[in-house]
Design a protein around this ligand. Structure first.
Ligand SMILES: NC(=O)c1ccc[n+]([C@@H]2O[C@H](COP(=O)([O-])OP(=O)(O)OC[C@H]3O[C@@H](n4cnc5c(N)ncnc54)[C@H](O)[C@@H]3O)[C@@H](O)[C@H]2O)c1
Length: 274
């Protein structure tokens, strides 16, 4: 308790899932938490439970990001920790895509076990619209850049801070039906390393967390693929949001004072040697 005492932390996408768990755990560790989310009502309701401040933010809108960080600066005068966590999986409100993807997965498994030959194909890239591609990159990659640029206008004044970017194991392994998500997450990991080098002279540490499969809304859509993923995971299960939150506490804390440019990956062994 108290690892983050007197620290001011901004968490994007903090209304739900991993962001909410990180917010809750930071609060337990005595940080003052600011939850920024596109789902403002949800952010407000949740914030009340942990005495946090909720602010409406769309991370993919650079003007909105600038306004919000300006407001944060006016209200708090300082930010010690930024967690760039907001994210989408591209299947929001698209049950049709989820069903189709599950069908393709099933068909491929059946074809391979019967004929050792796969004749059903994902064909995600060939059918992807510019809109879907850019939306994914805008939220994850540009969102991370926009929030980082604005928070640095505050952190640079103090020459200290910790920035934590949310990657994914899929940024390393790739995912057969989400090339845009893997591209965005791989980009975030590279961006993290570049930033860590750039900002080390300012004593601002930058690290990433690359979660494996964790139980949140984002992984609800997996259907029967869930069992396949569990089988491919040495620990044979999905992680809990708290597994990610504790990694965030560590990276945000003074205990991680020699950590920068690193990726921590709580993933049950799904990927080793990130
Ligand atoms: N759950 C997993 O298994 C898993 C694995 C690897 C990486 N991740 C990453 O972790 C992060 C959190 O995922 P989660 O599982 O908690 O998902 P989630 O869907 O439960 O929560 C995502 C949050 O981000 C917010 N958000 C979405 N678009 C936004 C925008 N434009 N501006 C501001 N907020 C926005 C949502 O409103 C929501 O509160 C994401 O970056 C995700 O890619 C999750």
């Amino acid at each position: 308790m108290g690892r983050l005492k007197n620290k001011i932390a901004v968490i994007t996408g903090g209304a739900r899932g991993l962001g909410a768990e990180i917010a809750k755990t930071f609060h337990k560790e005595k940080a003052k938490v600011i939850i920024c989310d596109i789902l403002y009502e949800e952010a407000k309701t949740f914030s009340k439970k942990i005495n946090a401040t909720a602010i409406k933010l769309d991370v993919s809108d650079s003007k909105n990001v600038a306004l919000v960080f300006n407001k944060i600066n006016n209200l708090f005068k300082k930010v010690d920790i930024l967690v760039n966590n907001a994210g989408i999986n591209g299947f929001e409100q698209r049950q049709d895509i989820i069903d189709k993807r599950n069908e393709i997965n099933k068909a491929q498994i059946e074809e391979f076990s019967k004929n050792k030959k796969i004749e059903t194909h994902f064909d995600v890239t060939v059918n992807m619209t510019d809109e879907d591609w850019f939306k994914m990159l805008d939220v994850h990659l540009s969102g991370t850049f926009f929030c980082t640029r604005e928070v640095l206008k505050i952190m640079n004044k103090f020459n200290s801070g910790s920035i934590i970017n949310m990657g994914s194991v899929l940024g390393t392994t790739g995912g057969p039906s989400s090339p845009h998500y893997s591209a965005a997450k791989g980009g975030i990991l590279g961006y993290t390393r570049a930033l860590a080098r750039e900002l080390s002279s300012r004593n601002i540490r930058v690290n990433a967390i690359a979660p494996g499969y964790i139980k949140t809304n984002m992984t609800n859509h997996l259907g029967f693929v869930r069992e396949i993923i569990k089988n491919q995971t040495p620990m044979k299960k999905f992680g809990d949001a708290e597994d990610i939150a504790w990694a965030a506490v560590y990276l945000a804390s003074e205990e991680a004072k020699f950590m920068t440019g690193q990726t921590i990956s709580p993933n049950g062994g799904f990927v080793m040697n990130q």
